[in-house]
Design a binder for this molecule. Sequence first.
Ligand code: PXG
Length: 438
Amino acid sequence: MNAVTTDALWMPFTANRDFKKAPRVIVGADGHHYTTSDGRRVYDTFSGLWTCGVGHCHPKIVEAVQQQVATLDYAISFQVGNDKSFALAERVIDMAPDGFSNVFFTNSGSESVDTALKIALAYHRAKGEGHRTRLIGREKGYHGVNFGGMSVGGIVPNRKVFSAALLPGVDHLRHTLDIGRNAFSRGLPEHGAELAEDLERLCVLHDGSNIAAVIVEPIAGSAGVLPPPVGYLERLREICDAHGILLIFDEVIAAFGRVGKAFGAERLGVTPDIITTAKGLTNGVVPMGAVLVQQKIHDAIMQGPDHMIELFHGYTYSGHPVAAAAGLATMDVYDEEGIFEQSLALEETFADLLHSFADHDKVIDVRNFGMMGAVELAPRAGAPGARGLEIHKQCFWNEDLVVRNGMDTLQFSPFLNSKVDEMEQSFEAIRRVVDAVD
Ligand code: PXG
C-alpha cells in the first residue's frame, strides 16, 4: 500500500474519524474503473457521484481539457467573455426543451440552485411583482449546501445545525416517499399525485401572489431515488400556472442522459420555467454548473439603461474556459456515441438487477427511474446507517466495488454506457455482501 497521510484533509460528507482508521483512497481512473492506492482496479457503480456518465478519463474530454488549458487557461468573465463559454451555452440551449433561451454558468450544483432562486426573485421584481418573495421546496429535497439550497432543501441532518440561519419565507411541500403504498414500484409510483395539492394549500395560506418559485428535483436523488408519483409533476405545473409561480426543476442529477433523455423534463413530459444542472454538464471532469431559463424570464430581466448590469450576480469562474471546453467535448461524446440512447436501452436491465433484491429479507424497498436506482435496507436496530456503511466498506475491500450508501439506502448511478456483464457481476457481488452483513 502506498502510504497516504490523511490527517490534514477535512473530508466532505464523510465520517472522517472512521474513514481515517482505514482510508479508501483512489489514485487513478479509466473507463468504468478506479485504481486504488493499494493497486486494485475497483468497479464504480455510482459513475463518480452521479457525474461521469460516459466513464472516467474519456480520451476526447481529456484531450479537449489538455488543449484548452494550454491555449486559454482563464479569462476574466465580467464584461469580457471567452469563446468556449458562448459555444457551450449554444449547445446546451440546442438540447433544452422548447422555450429555453439562455444559460447562466456556475461552478457547482449548489451554486446553480442559489443562482436559480435569485433569478426567480429578480424576474418577479422586474415584472413589478416584487411582493413575490416566498420560496417553496420539498421535504427530502436536496439542493446543495449553500444557504439558499439548504433552506429550500429538506434533508434534516443537512439543516439541523444551521437552523437559525436558514432563509426566512420558505415552506416545504410534503415528500412523496410512501413505502406503505408504493413499495417495490418499478419506475413512477402509482400513488401520491394528490400530494401536489400541498402547493395549493400553501397558496391559500400565503396567497399565491406572494410566492416566487417552487423548486423540486423531478426525481429526488440524494434522499434515496424518489421518482415522482404518476401525475404529480403535471399537477404542480398546473398549480404554478394558476398562481403565476415559477417552477424550477433541479436537474443536477437528472439532466444529460441519466433518465434517457437530455433532460428529466423531456422524459417526464413536464416543462419547468428554470432548470438547474451541473455534474453531467462536463462529465464531472471540471466543476461546472448551468442554469437554463425560459425566454420570458431572461427578457423580463433585460431592462433598464443599456450600460447597466441587468443582474448583479456572477462568479469569478462563471463560464471558465477549461470547464467549458470539457463541457463541449462532453456534448460531442453524448452526440457521437449516442449516450442518451444507450442509457435508455440499458434501463430495463438495470431495473431487473435492482428489483432482484426485492425478495431479500433485509430489503424494504427498491426504487428506480432511468439510470437512477436505490435499494433500501431495513436499518439495524438502534444503529441507523451502520448496515449501509458496512456494506459500502465490504464492497470496497472485499469485492472491488465502489457502492454509494446514504444511511441504509444503497444508491446506484450506473454508467450511461455500462457493459451488461459488468453490471450483472457488480450486483452479484453486492448480493453476497448484503447476505453476509448483520
Ligand atoms: N442539487 C441536486 C439535485 C444534487 O443532487 C446538488 C444540487 C449540489 O451540487 P454540488 O455540485 O454543489 O454538490 C446536488 C448534488 C448523493 C449525493 O449521495 C448527491 C449530491 C451531493 C452529495 C451526495 O446522492 N448531489
